[in-house]
Design a protein. Structure first.
Lengths: 113, 113
């Protein structure tokens, strides 16, 4: 199956700083990628849909100025958590679609201290 | 309101037995229903997809059923092994294009010797 690579797998940052997470489709092109967040023992919640060459579509309640998404190419989407706070600590997962099947990255564990 | 419920947070079974996991949903009309496996600290891995017009799907030791009248899917792992221990997530796909998947909270399966 298709491979989606996410980097970094873990990151610890200080409160107030920004963190960028990358999501790459390795062997296919993805015009659309998706960003999810998962809190411990909870389900994956869709944050936003990243569209190549256009603005991302954010789900209700997700602050677009805080979670900046850039989909600059058909194989790369980035999520930047700006001015991170401890409550932003979570597991962030991206996915990309290939032939109507979703493939997920390994996830990024963000800890804001 | 819309809801996806997986039968239990955790399920413990003995090696060799069949594990049966349940996914119930309300106020959705999914075109597809998907099952994923998630290991701790990792992204979900796709297992099986079943369409709204399909009753049952099989893949090796896995079997999925889909009852759109009951609004329920059952996921079976036969001849379970300790390596099957993981969290299993069901996800609804209302568009049939793997866009905007909505996930259940998951069932943590533990297979013991």
């Amino acid at each position: 199956g298709a491979v989606v690579s996410q980097h970094p797998s873990r990151v610890i940052c200080k409160s107030g700083t920004s963190v960028k997470i990358e999501c790459r489709s390795l062997d296919f092109q993805a015009t659309t990628m998706f960003w999810y967040r998962q809190f411990p023992k909870q389900s994956l919640m869709l944050m936003a849909t990243s569209n190549e060459g256009s603005k991302a579509t954010y789900e209700q309640g997700v602050e677009k100025d805080k979670f900046l998404i850039n989909h600059a190419s058909l194989t790369l989407s980035t999520l930047t958590v700006t001015s991170a706070h401890p409550e932003d600590s979570s597991f962030y997962i991206c996915s990309a679609r290939d032939h109507n099947e979703a493939f997920f990255g390994q996830g990024t564990r963000l800890t804001v201290v | 309101s819309q809801k996806i419920e997986q039968n239990s947070e955790a399920l413990n079974i003995q090696e060799g037995k069949t594990a049966t996991l349940t996914c119930n949903y309300t106020n959705y009309s999914p075109a597809y229903l998907q099952w994923y496996r998630q290991d701790p600290g990792r992204g979900p891995v796709f297992l099986l997809l079943i369409r709204e017009n399909e009753k049952e799907k099989r893949k090796e030791r896995l079997k999925v059923t889909f009852d759109t009248t009951l609004k329920q899917s059952l996921f079976h792992i036969t001849a379970s092994q300790p390596a099957d221990s993981a969290t299993y997530l069901c996800a609804l796909d209302e568009t049939g294009t793997a866009s905007k998947l909505t996930f259940g909270t998951g069932t943590r399966l533990q297979v013991t010797l």
